[in-house]
Design a protein around this ligand. Sequence first.
Ligand SMILES: [Zn+2]
Length: 170
Amino acid sequence: MFTHKRFIIDSLNFVRNSEVHHGRILPAELERLREYLLDHSGEIVYSISGVFDEKGRPTLKIMIAGMVTLCCQRCLSKLEHTLDVKTSLLIARNQDEYSYYDEDNSVDAILASPDIDALTLIEDEIILSLPISPRHQENECSINNITISTSEITGAVKKHPFISLKSLKK
Ligand SMILES: [Zn+2]
């Protein structure tokens, strides 16, 4: 088994000192993530930076990149999923501040703590970023090579007006 060195973040000091922590991990090292994976291939790199956001609020900026292997829900075969997570977590100094941030849907927040486990944080963000129902692109899914059902064609046609409407709004 892997024995990964744990990295503990003291969140407010981490920001005050403008610290940056980055690392490289294998999917097999993340126990909770493993349950979502078809196999343990791939690799994940990440960084956590302590910054003050444009409003001067302490924030952890998280970036995660890499590749993990999911299982396509249509054909049940291997689906290589690219991780590209860029997120900011506001650090709430107390429970009141946390509740306040929690009501704001435009931000994510965590409660300040002297011992945040970096890998747990990264693992949480990866799991949150995974598709609920992972599927290959239409042309890459092996189920299309067997048969295309009429309901799927109808579904694709139905999707189109929506897509064009969306792009018109932009
Ligand atoms: Zn598939």
